[in-house]
Design a protein around this ligand. Structure first.
Ligand code: AHR
Length: 662
């Protein structure tokens, strides 16, 4: 009896073993390092920046004071008065009055503070959803002040939500006329929701403007600087380019509200503030306190691009406001100033310091040119009104700057009438690089991994300028940066890479979101006032960008590309700088898949392969601010035997494998 059971067990074991062996028959993926298809553009993977979701003011731009120059529509938005006594309008400790100098000033308003009772009057600024203050860090306060009567001292306090003072200093404005006064405040504790309290001690009248507070630990410790943790995340991606300043913000809700770069350069206090177009865009995410101070303006964008080694890619208004909003156009016979803005921008970025705009760049601290090579005409425009305007821009730019590479747009959708029209027209016009946008469900991204396989190699090159998988639907506030979305983007990106002959630039969008202040989700990097975290989508972008290679190779299985067969998606590159052959592979099935990566060609391979894999416990898994990093790259290594690597691909995973060659 026992004997029979043992026999049965052995039989069962062998059967299961054979079945498993059969089920796990490894897929062979071949790459030949001698067969280079094309060069990978250094710009292949880049960044899209837009001031949406409090990405600039309240985000990347490290200013902590909201409405620092009283220019919001409601000039006291973000500010509160504190009175120790207030008996009546005539009998109080102090008073604030907003004075408007009129439209000949770019920053027309300032505040006149009258103090009637010593230590009885103060102003409080709430910051952007509070101010993120870190224990031991120093904060630089500055104010432009003009004492009119008496000489009230400004006593400064950083205050936590319980009213505890967590840092203090004072400034004593003296003499006549406007001057800038500064003080440093050292924080005694960490607080995400601190506010800035300014007490006016003594009595008298004082005018104040440009009330500012910056952490000292900005990126490269620059004054008027950027949040270092956020810039670090951008730098870590090693992006090929930085597209700025958007997005729809370029176009404006109407033409008055468009982005005008000239108003964002020069002295910070002279930059004219405007409402942010995302302020009122979505009724479900209103942001009445969202304005653009332009403290982060075009000079700072160029500097940021330089710092992180990215080609600057400014996108300019083409005289056509957002077609989802007003669709206002500037008449063709009045378009000249818009074109001049584009030409002047090239001079600002690249011109000799003896030119008007080159001199401004030098005066701002950067005499060397920024070496701008790309310029975008319009963002997400469509129809004949766009093509008509694009034509005159392209002609003028090429006449003056023949080497400048122009990016044109195909509108908001990756297929359909608007897209087909723009694509055909732009091809007929010999456009160089066309910008395509795709916000779609993960299924679309998986399905479109072959999108560019049959694109005309002789037509315009592609800038996949805005893409992100939407877990629910485009502009749904329920969209999540979940693992399924990131995985589908990875699969799609193998298709972008596989078509590097035609795809020259790619960027996920949008880039940043404040956890409490967002309008649009999903986004690549989320932050609050103190910390930031990387989404799974960020890690996908980072892995592609960090291992972009220099030359494209073919990754095939039985002579076929891997673009969804058996749920596998793959692409491969050679990196002449690191002498590595690199495979990127997505397993989009819920089961483990065994694969063998076979590297053919004359290169002598090293003995081990470095593996980085990314996967999530569930397709719905996300990373969270302050939480553990549920989805993060995991590194390992394996041996290379007979020019092959055995790879066990985890269910729903993205893996990058690198082999050094000698
Ligand atoms: O990325 C968010 C928005 O999506 C961009 O501003 C716009 O270009 C697109 O419609």
């Amino acid at each position: 009896m026992i004997h029979i059971k043992l026999k049965q067990a052995i039989l069962l074991f062998l059967t299961v073993g054979t079945l498993q062996a059969h089920a796990q028959k490894a897929t062979t993926i071949s790459v030949n390092t001698d067969k280079i298809i094309t060069e990978i553009q250094p710009t292949m993977w880049g960044l899209f920046f837009e001031d949406i979701n409090f990405g600039a003011d309240g985000g990347l731009y490290a200013e902590l004071v909201k409405n620092r120059s009283f220019e919001f529509d409601n000039p006291l938005m973000g500010w509160k008065e504190f009175q120790s006594e207030r008996f009546s309008v005539r009998n109080s400790s102090g008073r604030i009055m907003i004075i408007n100098r009129g439209s000949s000033y770019s920053n027309p308003r300032f505040a006149r503070v009258s103090v009637f009772k010593d230590k009885g009057y103060g102003l409080n600024n709430e910051g952007f959803k509070g101010m993120g203050i870190k224990q031991g860090n120093t904060y630089h306060f500055s104010v432009s002040a003009n004492p009119i009567e008496g000489n009230p001292v400004m006593r400064l306090e950083l205050v936590d939500p319980k009213g505890q003072v967590i840092g203090s200093a004072s400034v004593k404005p003296e003499g006549k006329g406007w001057n800038t006064y500064t003080a440093s405040i050292k924080a005694t504790s960490t607080e995400a929701k601190a506010t800035l309290q300014i007490w006016f001690d003594g009595t008298g009248v004082i005018d104040i403007d440009m009330v500012s507070l910056f952490p000292s630990d900005t990126w490269k410790n620059r004054p008027n600087g950027l949040r270092a943790d956020l810039v670090q995340k951008l730098a870590d991606m090693k992006p090929g380019f930085l597209r700025f300043p958007g997005g729809c913000i370029v176009e404006g809700r109407d033409l008055d509200n468009r982005y005008q770069w000239k108003k964002t350069v020069g002295k910070v206090e002279d930059r004219e503030m405007i409402i942010n177009r995302w302020n009122t865009e979505f009724a479900h995410r209103p942001a009445p306190d969202y304005f653009q101070s332009f403290g982060l303006g075009f000079f700072e964008y160029f500097l940021l691009s330089e710092d992180i080694g990215a080609e600057p890619l400014p996108i300019l208004s083409c005289g056509l406001a957002c077609q989802f909003n007003t669709a206002e156009v500037v008449p063709m016979d009045e378009i000249e100033p818009y074109i001049q803005d584009a030409l002047d921008l090239v001079e600002f970025a690249n011109g000799e310091v003896t030119t008007k705009w080159g001199k401004l760049r030098a005066d701002m601290g950067h005499p060397a040119p920024f070496n701008m090579k790309y310029i975008g005409v319009g963002n997400e425009q469509w129809g004949p009104q766009y093509i008509e305007r694009y034509k005159v821009f392209a002609k003028a730019i090429k006449e003056k700057y023949p080497d400048m590479i122009i990016i044109s747009g195909t509108g908001p959708f990756p297929e359909g009438e608007l897209f087909d029209y723009a694509k055909k027209e732009l091809k007929d016009l010999d456009a160089e690089i066309i910008d395509e946008h795709y916000y779609n469900k993960p299924e679309w991204f998986f399905k479109n991994a072959s999108r560019y396989d049959n694109y005309d190699r002789k037509g315009p090159k592609v800038f996949a300028g805005e893409y992100a998988a939407q877990s629910v639907a485009t502009v749904s506030p329920e969209n999540k940066n979940n693992w399924e979305c990131a995985l589908s983007e990875a699969a799609f990106m193998t298709g972008l890479e596989r078509n590097a002959e035609v795809v020259h630039m790619c960027s996920y969008a949008p880039l940043f979101a404040h956890a409490e202040g967002w309008q649009w989700t999903p986004d690549l990097i989320w932050f609050d006032n103190l910390a930031s975290y990387a989404t799974p989508n960020y890690y996908v972008q980072k892995l592609f960008a960090n291992y972009k290679g220099t030359h494209l190779l073919a990754a095939t299985s039985g002579n076929e590309k891997l673009a969804g067969k058996d749920g596998l998606y793959a692409s491969s590159v050679w990196d002449k700088n690191s002498s590595e052959v690199i495979l990127k592979i997505v397993n989009a099935t819920g089961k483990v898949q065994q694969t063998v990566w076979k590297v053919e060609g004359n290169k002598k391979l090293g003995k081990s392969a470095a593996i980085i894999s990314l996967t999530g416990p569930q397709l719905t898994s996300v990373n969270e601010i302050g939480g553990p990093e549920t989805i993060a790259p995991v590194e390992s290594s394996t041996t290379v035997k007979s020019k092959s690597v055995a790879l066990t691909l985890q269910p729903n995973s993205f893996t990058v494998v690198r082999i050094k060659t000698q």
